[in-house]
Design a protein around this ligand. Structure first.
Ligand SMILES: [Zn+2]
Length: 385
């Protein structure tokens, strides 16, 4: 179990590092593209490669004959799962005979405690924001189809989107007197962008990853990158829709000066990420490159390869493992005849009994006289008597 988890964490970490390098290459492209790359790296933690490897082996075992494959398949498998050898060595008879260790139980208890602490912490914050929304006053509806409820509240929290299925835009009442029409419109446009892109849903998915893998620093690092890129993506969208960059930047700064940051990643606000870099990016309003055909093709190929390489690995290693298992079965010694030697308390040495296949005797049992002799004077009676 532990080697399998170690393999999964190693693979997911390498995948996240590759995602990080990819986002560096795409730093001049849209922030939403980088956001999806980071989200893919996050979801990788929920989907182990070993699952795809086993699918490949299942496909291979059901179709291919059990022939020995080149050692390349084993080498590739060991590279993909370097801790697998530890798992197989752990199944040696010497280890199995040793006393069970309490280390796995302690690790499991620590994981449950950490997971519960993270979930409870978030649940308390979620309940607090929900109470604020319930205590607010509905000012009307916004967005496409008037689907988003605008609620004003006496909260100090920044404007934010609460909820996933029926999102509500929470607006602090104190902000109304500090933002004029254009600045308020720009800030509300930013929030509506979060709703359109379902940022609360994707944030909740990553929070699930953080709760499960709370002990792994890279999942928290990915979480910070997700917040950073989603805020930049909404900034780009606000400016693209024709809002003045200077007015929008002033609106964000006013919000940060008056309000507190959203307490949860799945309650999308206006602040967050590196505010200085965001303001700089808004004001420079640099030209953002779209993805050309070659880049889209490269991304699609990379995504397909990430899915198919483990499956191919399983297909390559499946026949070899099957042949190995069959070889091990064939080399196991078989006994068709076993002999049992009964001790004679009265002396005279053991009397051999021989059993043939299926446990049937292959030689005649000792005569009742022999039992009489060892019984110390007792009488043996035959069934006919
Ligand atoms: Zn935002």
């Amino acid at each position: 179990m532990i080697p399998a988890l170690a393999n999964h964490l190693l693979q997911s970490t390498i995948f996240a590092a590759a995602a990080g390098m990819l986002t560096r290459l795409l730093r001049d492209n849209r922030a939403r593209t980088r956001y999806w790359i980071w989200l893919t790296a996050s979801m990788k933690f929920l989907v182990p490669f070993s699952l795809f490897i086993e699918i490949g082996r299942t496909l291979s075992w059901s179709t291919a004959p059990a022939i020995a494959q080149p050692r390349l398949a084993f080498v590739m498998d060991e590279i993909a799962r370097p801790f697998a050898t530890l798992d197989s060595h752990a199944a040696t008879p010497a280890t199995a005979a040793s006393a069970p260790s309490i280390v796995p139980a302690l690790l499991l208890a620590a994981w449950i405690c950490g997971c519960a602490a993270v979930l409870i912490f978030w649940f308390v914050r979620w309940r607090r924001v929900a109470a604020t929304v319930r205590a607010g006053v509905c000012l009307g509806r916004l967005g496409a189809g008037q689907a988003v409820e605008l609620v004003a509240s006496e909260t100090q929290m920044e404007p934010g989107v609460f909820g996933i299925r029926r999102p509500v835009l929470l607006l602090p009442a104190r902000l109304v007197g500090h933002l004029d029409g254009a600045r308020m419109d720009a800030v509300l446009t930013h929030e509506l962008c979060h709703i359109r892109c379902r940022d609360n849903l994707t944030a909740a998915l990553h929070m699930l990853v953080e709760a499960v893998f709370w002990f792994h620093p890279i999942v928290w690092w990915i979480g910070a990158r997700l917040v950073e890129e989603r805020e930049r993506a909404c900034d780009e969208e606000v400016v693209r829709l024709g809002n003045d960059p200077g007015v929008y930047a002033e609106g964000i700064l006013n919000v940060c000066r008056i309000c507190l940051e959203s307490p949860l990643a799945c309650v999308s606000g206006v602040s967050g990420a590196d505010l200085g870099k965001r303001i700089e990016a808004i004001m420079t309003n640099r030209i953002i490159r779209g993805l050309n055909f070659a880049t889209k093709l490269a991304l699609a190929t990379a995504g397909l390869a990430a899915l198919m390489v483990p499956v191919v690995l399983g297909i390559l290693s499946g026949p070899a493992l099957r042949a190995q298992a069959q070889s091990a079965t064939a080399s196991t010694p078989k006994f068709e005849v076993a002999s049992i030697k009964a001790g004679c308390p009265g002396g005279g040495g053991p009397a051999p009994y021989a059993a043939g296949p299926k446990g049937l005797p292959s030689s005649a049992p000792p005569p009742p006289k022999a039992l009489k002799a060892g019984g110390g004077g007792g009488t043996a009676t035959s069934p006919g008597r």
